[in-house]
Write a protein that binds this ligand. Structure first.
Ligand SMILES: NC(=O)c1ccc[n+]([C@@H]2O[C@H](COP(=O)([O-])OP(=O)(O)OC[C@H]3O[C@@H](n4cnc5c(N)ncnc54)[C@H](O)[C@@H]3O)[C@@H](O)[C@H]2O)c1
Length: 251
């Protein structure tokens, strides 16, 4: 039984993970961390990582970028593996994850869905074949409560595609202030926000008289929760290092 500390326990994802974990016998949430210390999950919720001294095997984080520094400090001090799923991290925080991976196992992905991670591989293949002759645009749609834009998944897809192109592309987030034709060597990233859309991503390759679109739609947050629990089970006995969804799929 893998014992999990859930950071962001009272958020939307935290509650879905709590529900998913309840139906399993291979893991259990033993404590939470959240600014909101309500206890609807039946486990104690602490206001900070340092305050949470409950014995555990792994931490899962779906909270807010502001939580990361303290979480990494506690995880490193206690030697606890960390599944880092919060998006909107800045460059310094991503570097901090890489640095901490020298001391503890860290699983980091902007998207816990197996389907999205397969989409990433398919998009890389398409970029390798079509990329330099086709215009690449990424469109994502999410619910109206999402804070960061474009989504961490859209950026993950852009980075994957960019790595396959002959020259590093320029990311263009906003075309309204420009009066220019689209240049080759750009990747356009577009964020749509509304209603309760769980998460949709399109990677569009537009060429002369043909368009290829690779699409993924998430219809419930359960896919991310299931992926995060699988990641926790995968990670809890690993050596220090940085792991991702491809490691989990390969295992
Ligand atoms: N990697 C993935 O597959 C994936 C999937 C879905 C969501 N996410 C990301 O997970 C994060 C959480 O998503 P959500 O929809 O549950 O958000 P949410 O706003 O519903 O929940 C966030 C929770 O974190 C808590 N929190 C905020 N700041 C904190 C801090 N400094 N310390 C401790 N707790 C803090 C809030 O009180 C809240 O309960 C977001 O970054 C989101 O983009 C990632």
């Amino acid at each position: 039984m893998v014992r999990i500390i859930l950071s962001g326990a009272n958020g939307k994802m935290g509650r879905v993970i709590t529900e998913c974990a309840r139906g399993r016998s291979d893991c259990a949430i033993v404590a939470g961390i959240d600014l909101n210390t309500d206890t609807p999950g039946g486990f104690r919720v602490f206001p900070s990582p340092a305050a949470c001294t409950v014995d555990a095997d792994v931490i899962i984080d779906f909270s807010h970028p502001a939580a990361l520094d303290a979480l990494l400090e506690t995880a490193a001090e206690r030697g606890l593996p960390l599944v880092a799923a919060t998006t909107g991290l800045d460059g310094a925080q991503i570097q901090a994850l890489h640095d901490a991976a020298g001391k503890i196992p860290i699983f980091f992905t902007a998207n816990m869905s197996v389907g999205v991670n397969l989409m990433r591989e398919l998009s890389k293949t398409a970029a390798r074949v079509l990329g330099d002759a086709f215009d690449i645009e990424i469109i994502e749609r999410h619910h109206n409560q999402k804070i960061d834009a474009p989504s961490g998944t859209a950026l993950m897809l852009a980075d994957a595609v960019a790595g396959e192109l002959a020259a590093p592309p320029q990311y263009v987030y906003d075309r309204h202030a420009q009066r220019n034709k689209r240049r080759s060597g750009e990747i356009g990233l577009h964020a749509v926000r509304g209603g309760t859309i769980v998460g949709e991503h399109d990677v569009l390759f537009a060429g002369q008289d043909e368009v290829l679109t690779i699409s993924h739609a998430a219809y419930s947050k359960d896919i991310f929760a299931t992926g995060a629990l699988r990641a926790a089970l995968f990670l809890h006995d690993k050596a220090p290092g940085l792991y991702g969804m491809s490691d989990l799929i390969d295992s």
